[in-house]
Design a protein. Sequence first.
Length: 202
Amino acid sequence: MSIRVFDIDSIHNNWDSKVKLAQYQQQSNLKKWVTTHSLTLLHRTHWYHGTALVVVADNVLRRGVISLFHDHVTAGHPRITKTLQLLLQYYWWPNMKTFVTKYIRGCTTCQMTKVNTCPNHPPLFPILPTENAQPFKTIAMDFITKLPQSGGYDTILTIMDTNCSKVSIFIPCHDVTDYPLTYIIFLSTLILDSGPFLPSLT
């Protein structure tokens, strides 16, 4: 088994090198930012905003340094404010907060684990009984199939009075039960269980 050791300093240095190389290529744009954003030139080679290295207008480069403080295994996908706090210690560019916010809002991992603080509550549509409803005049039937055999049966026929009493009846039967047999089981069960309270079904 191999063990991977993450050297965060070497990763930082790699991105620092890329940022510094990009600065060489965009000196004219950086000089336009000097007065507006109070940039300083250190060692006559690279531009800084305070102690943070200035990242030029390169979206790939900017996404790369953000991923170092957000997506990397040592970062743990912090939120927008925390990511900005970590990032500003090392890198800076104009309108940085807007760029970081869009990046994190588009992060798949963050969206998958985000807690929904305003969940939707769909309306309920209860089945209300009709006036003067009789028991088992309106019913719902369904099969619960592929059950372990018990007493020679592997299926349960459920019959529910949906209009009056909401009573449910569970009848053991077989998975191969057809519609005519289902009707016979239904009638015989209701006659035995409901007796004189059963309305005319024919």
